[in-house]
Design a protein around this ligand. Structure first.
Ligand SMILES: [Zn+2]
Length: 428
């Protein structure tokens, strides 16, 4: 355990969101940030705190921790296996052939290492869309891996894409066994196949269970084989629920995006994977025009990199290819932090560095050659040019998980070996 008080002192560049104008990041210099018992206690000039551990940030850019709103951590073992295929090829290989080979130990190894990859790159919160829960043991393995990693996560219980049986009782068991409280570092959601990919009877059962267990839903939507108008289908069934995270949605017409907005839902986009797999045009402009809140997600490392810098850059450079108003660095950085927290319903806890929130933050090396000079537009530099190698320090819930560019966790080498062993066997 670290000190209960941590002081980040003399911050060269603090990029954050002000409650008075939360739509754009603010940049400040020369301030300090004090954390106490896992929360942000104070942000201001000349702070001191007896017996606090001090982190010198005089050559650092400090940001809220990144929030990844959509990721399948269990697929970490299949890194870069689908870089040459589209969505169809991906489903055939990953869901059809390799997914069924994952044992509970493989799920544990993949989820744990994927969470370390997140932390290493400054992703402090992740929505883990775990659509690989073939047995209670698979679910136990996924939850225990998230717990062991120290990341903040929303565990989205889901069944495999082509599975015909759904053990709904196990969702109830996991809710009761691991998630009696909704205030911990780990919280729970359901990640059902949804109206794009499963028959309406299954959709009704899944949404009913989510309501009964008081769980938010994260669900892939798009031009799936079943419902071509998934949001209208949910509306006609009376199943549009506030707090639902709709994933991708590139094929949805504007009317459906407006339905998401008016029902209090949000959208998780995966700008890199959507471009690589051919889901459709970039979404930020359309989502903004429809008034939908949105966040960014890696989705899978089978085709693209697993860090938020890659996603921010993908969103920025593809802006002109989409419809609607073009996003700038401020919009993109917001989506990667506070917007992501709003998308996951966690904005009262994370997403900005307001006193009272949980202390999740990232420190970048301001002197890294790819970031100099920073002063013209610090937000523009971070969004257009930073990379995971610039991440010096990462703090989750007031606990340092990466220090001086190195993960603090014990057993990173053993975790790598476990992942490589699993990956060899699965792909053989
Ligand atoms: Zn996905």
């Amino acid at each position: 355990m670290g000190a209960s008080r941590l002081l980040v002192s003399g911050i060269a560049w603090l990029i954050d969101f002000d409650d008075a104008a939360p739509s754009r990041p603010t940049v400040r210099s020369g301030v300090d940030l004090l954390m106490e018992n896992g929360r942000i206690a104070e942000v201001g000039v000349g702070l001191t705190a007896e017996d606090a551990e001090v982190i010198d940030a005089s050559d650092r850019v400090v940001l809220p921790g990144f929030v990844d709103t959509h990721r399948h951590l269990w697929l970490t073992a299949l890194r870069a296996l689908t870089t040459e295929t589209d969505l169809g090829g991906y489903l055939e290989l990953v869901a059809g052939r390799l997914g069924p080979r994952f044992t509970p130990d493989d799920i544990r190894a993949s989820t744990y290492f994927g969470a370390l990859e997140c932390l290493d790159a400054g992703v402090t919160t992740v929505q883990d869309y775990a659509h690989a829960m073939r047995s209670p043991e698979h679910a136990d393995a996924a939850v225990s891996a998230l717990e062991a990693s120290g990341i903040r996560a929303v565990f989205g219980y889901g069944f495999p894409v082509f599975s015909t049986s759904r053990d709904l009782a196990d969702i109830r068991r996991v809710r009761e066994r691991y998630f009696a409280s909704d205030s911990g570092l780990l919280t729970m959601a359901m990640s059902p196949m949804g109206p794009s990919y499963s028959p309406i009877e299954a959709v009704r059962e899944d949404w009913q269970l989510a309501r009964e267990l008081d769980l938010p839903i994260a669900v892939h939507v798009g031009a799936g084989p079943v419902a071509r108008r998934p949001i209208e289908t949910l509306k006609s069934e009376g199943l549009l629920a506030a707090g639902t995270v709709y994933v991708h949605g590139n094929s949805l017409p504007d009317e459906e995006l407006r339905l998401i907005a008016s029902s209090g839902g949000s959208v998780a986009i995966a700008p890199a994977v959507e471009a690589q797999m051919g889901h459709g045009a970039p979404m930020i402009g359309r989502l903004r025009d429809a008034g939908v809140s949105y966040g960014l997600g890696v989705d899978v490392v089978t085709a693209t990199a697993g860090d938020m810098f890659t996603l921010m850059r993908a969103a920025l450079v593809t802006g002109y290819l989409g419809e609607g108003s073009r996003p700038g660095p401020a919009d993109v950085l917001r989506a990667a932090t506070l917007g992501g927290a709003e998308t996951l319903g966690l904005a009262d806890r994370v997403g900005s560095l307001r006193p009272g929130k949980q202390a999740d933050l990232v420190l970048l090396r301001a002197g890294a050659p790819n970031l100099v000079p920073l002063h013209h537009d610090p937000v523009g530099v971070v969004v257009s040019s930073a990379h995971a190698g610039d991440v010096d320090t990462v703090i989750v819930d007031g606990r340092v998980v990466k220090r001086n560019g190195v993960l603090v966790a014990d057993g990173v080498a053993a975790a790598r070996e476990a992942l490589e062993t699993a990956a060899h066997r699965i792909v053989q």
